[in-house]
Design a binder for this molecule. Structure first.
Ligand SMILES: Cc1cc2nc3c(=O)[nH]c(=O)nc-3n(C[C@H](O)[C@H](O)[C@H](O)COP(=O)(O)OP(=O)(O)OC[C@H]3O[C@@H](n4cnc5c(N)ncnc54)[C@H](O)[C@@H]3O)c2cc1C
Length: 411
């Protein structure tokens, strides 16, 4: 069966796909179909932290209010603990509790993604419960998608441009011939929702505990006394150490000296601990070709240190929409007409990704982490430097340069 054709079909309606749809609407592109295999609201395994970068994109799209209508918990700073157990709390610069403008918040993805999708649904045509299984290809160009509806009916949808916004196991990415990411450019991570964790303090918490190094264990506060709790590390490390991540998490909350008291009355929700993969931007994946583009996780855009991907997913939607609108006016859907997408996107996120990749490598050094966190607890200048790094890319780059590290050493 064939459905009518569109200028653009977007496969996947998470943050990258829904943002692409909304930015296309802003560009005046009318013939857009946004499809997803799920029915919204749908869950997505995530830490649920909606960072300053995601907030910035939500502001550009005019959807902050839509997010804020959903249950969410404001976040005012970061709490770190070192492998030897020193705890350091760093407020986000300019954020005092009770202030109206929030630097970021935590919001369950089932709610946050639904807010964005429902906004997109008001602006473009959507099709839920449609699983894309393949591409229509003609004369070396992608010319649409093939898939199945919920009742099993097969459907072909033609399009001048197909956007792969279908996440970490992207079918579009596989069908255009992109190979799987090497394990040193993937993180494997867990997520469990717990209620009744004590000591939540309006901070996102990153704990560099021995069992998870070179990754970390996190506790992020959610509305109504819930917390998003998980851990993540490079897939290559997990395989090397033959780790069972669910067991590591269960052991940490039950017996680690920093957490056992805090979790003693906590209950995990019936979904239990789930595991998912994060494709990292430390690998610059090919993201466009004749008649197709990839955005978000499908394009492997997750920050290699923090694990944040929502902000970059939305950013990629913005640049993709710009070049799609251009291609539609020139009627040129060749790879060349999308080269600017890759260029502008990587000019925008590349410097930050390189810094984060360096931080990822420094962060795997236990001695250095113990040293820096100990110093920051006793030396206000070091604490200030870390606070600056949270707010400012330039400060982050400078702090991890050889000179910056030397300064830190002798402060
Ligand atoms: C454990 C974990 C913790 C994380 N923590 C954070 C965090 O705290 N903050 C942060 O910013 N980022 C975090 N991330 C990263 C973040 O979750 C992703 O970067 C983000 O979801 C990317 O958005 P996306 O729209 O590209 O993909 P997704 O959100 O995965 O959306 C893809 C959509 O495509 C649909 N789809 C998939 N296949 C098909 C198909 N064949 N046909 C039709 N539809 C399809 C899916 O149903 C889904 O709705 C975390 C990731 C993990 C795994």
């Amino acid at each position: 069966m064939a459905k009518k054709g569109y200028d653009v079909v977007i496969v996947g309606a998470g943050p990258s796909g829904s943002s692409t749809a909304l930015f296309l609407e802003k560009q005046g592109v009318k013939s857009v179909l946004l499809v997803d295999k799920a029915k919204f609201p749908r869950d997505k395994i995530c830490g649920d932290a909606f960072s300053g970068k995601s907030m910035g994109m939500a502001r550009e799209l005019g959807v902050v209010e839509e997010y804020e209508k959903q249950p969410h918990e404001p976040v005012y700073g970061v709490l770190f603990s070192s492998p030897k157990g020193t705890v350091l709390e760093i407020p986000f610069p300019g954020s005092e509790k009770g202030k109206k403008s929030k630097p970021g918040f935590c919001i369950k993805r089932i709610n946050g993604d639904d807010a964005l999708f429902q906004t997109a649904k008001k602006k473009v045509e959507t099709l839920e419960e449609f699983t894309v299984t393949g591409l229509i290809e003609e004369n070396g160009f992608v010319a649409g998608v093939k898939g199945k509806q919920k009742d099993g009916t097969e459907l072909e949808i033609r399009a001048k441009i197909v956007v792969g916004a279908d996440g970490t196991s992207s079918v579009i990415c596989q069908k255009v011939g992109e190979s799987a990411l090497p394990p040193q450019h993937q993180v494997i991570a867990t997520r469990g929702y717990y209620q009744g964790v004590s000591g939540l303090s309006g901070n996102i918490e990153l704990h560099f505990v021995d069992d998870v190094m070179p990754g970390y264990f996190w506790i992020f506060p959610l509305d109504n006394g819930w917390a998003n709790v998980g851990l993540g590390l490079l897939t290559s490390e997990k395989t090397k150490r033959n780790m069972n991540l669910k067991e590591v998490q269960e052991k940490l909350v039950a017996s680690h000296p920093l957490f056992r008291e805090r979790f003693k009355d906590a209950k995990i929700d019936p979904q239990g601990i789930k595991v998912w993969t994060l494709p990292l931007a430390s690998h610059h994946r090919k993201n466009h070709g004749n008649g197709w583009l990839l955005v978000g996780d499908a394009a492997s855009l997750i920050d290699p240190f923090s694990g944040e991907g929502v902000g970059n997913a939305m950013t990629s939607g913005k640049f993709a929409a710009k070049y799609i609108a251009k291609a539609l006016t020139t009627n040129d859907f060749s790879q060349k007409s999308f080269d600017g997408y890759d260029k502008e996107l990587w000019e925008a996120i590349g410097p930050e990704i390189r810094t984060s990749y360096n931080l990822q490598r420094l962060g795997s050094n236990k001695m250095l982490l113990n040293f820096v966190i100990d110093k920051a607890v006793t030396k206000p200048k070091v604490k200030q430097a870390i606070s600056g790094m949270l707010a400012n890319e330039e400060a982050k780059r400078e702090a991890i340069s050889p000179l910056g590290l030397l300064k830190l050493l002798f402060t």
